[in-house]
Ligand binder design. Sequence first.
Ligand code: NAD
Ligand code: TYD
Length: 377
Amino acid sequence: MKRNILVTGGAGFIGSHLVRLLVNKYPDYRIVNLDKLTYAGNLTNLEDVADRANYVFEKADICDIDEMMQIMQRYEIDGVIHLAAESHVDRSITDPFTFARTNVMGTLSLLHAAKTYWESRPEGYEGKLFYHISTDEVYGALELTNPEGIDSPFTTAASSCGHKAYGREFFVETTKYNPHSPYSASKASSDHFVRAYHDTYGMPTIVTNCSNNYGPYQFPEKLIPLFINNIRHHRPLPVYGEGMNVRDWLYVEDHVRAIDLIFHKGKVAETYNIGGFNEWKNIDIVKTIIRITDRLLGNPKGYSDELITYVTDRAGHDLRYAIDSRKLQSELGWEPSLQFEEGIERTVKWYLENQDWVDRITSGEYIKYYESMYGNR
Ligand code: NAD
Ligand code: TYD
């Protein structure tokens, strides 16, 4: 079946993996990648699919409702997968307004453009879907009751042997929202608007809340790519607080596989949690990254340990995130495909083999390039 799918934020980290998957897997679909190309958007992430006949790029701001309307109409969009967002917690602490603008008002503009366009069609909402990509951070923080770890209650084919959980509570789809950072507050608000458009106007919507992603093409301000790059340059590794905060890590390709599955098979009006069944304390992740990066760079064992630098904690730093994604596992048969040990090894290798990609970003060269191509709007 032919479909016209609008992916917002397709030049970012997760969006670029999703666009690549959809363009390769569905030659009959037209995939429209809509992105403002903020500091986090990078079209070189998609160089390998840029010339495909079923791929189109539109530089646009999701807050511009008129432009959203025109794009919906021009491409006769029947499915929206909405990833465009400001995504970095530390930036949200210094600049909360940008997060409210993009994540709340931008999502509302996109929702309203989709509503207006779909309601103008003779078939109405039939065959349409607005799929909103959100985060587990909307649920707030879980307690860390077992700092030494207990056996994880979850089993998946890819679970690491003897993997630990750091508490007995997990986020489920019905966990009450309790966001703490301006980032998570803005994402929570956008989730509520998406559900309101279903409940009020009957728009077919789905929301998914995913845990921390890692893998190639992640902007090097986030923990894993930042630390790999700092090790390469023998620079300090700024660990917030005592490094005891726990995150649940999922390889990005497993996330976009889940998005594809849910977009096609998920139940309208449902929420699905997506997670890696894979909790790690930050300090343990950092030691793992050091060990792998040093080995791949040919450094002696323990060479970069001295780079670990404990710094002032992030304000309002959530202690523990851990997702229970058994609903997705039992209803749609999804689970992570990759063991963390394999995923992190692949990730470190990718950043070391693609140093040009990182260097162009850290030098700001890629922003100059886009401004020359698309202007600075
Ligand atoms: P990212 O920061 O790498 O990419 C965001 C993209 O959105 C960029 O390409 C940027 O240019 C674009 N964008 C920003 N503002 C825009 C605007 N006003 N109009 C159009 N485009 C705009 O983010 P990511 O890590 O790929 O996250 C993608 C989505 O997934 C976000 O909604 C995020 O909340 C969610 N999410 C991320 C994670 C994670 O670990 N990275 C986990 C769960 C959920
Ligand atoms: P991050 O990658 O920013 O993702 P999020 O805040 O969305 O979870 O951070 C992951 C964890 O690593 C988080 O607990 C904060 C911590 N962290 C550091 O300790 N130092 C750093 O320099 C960064 C960027 C993050």
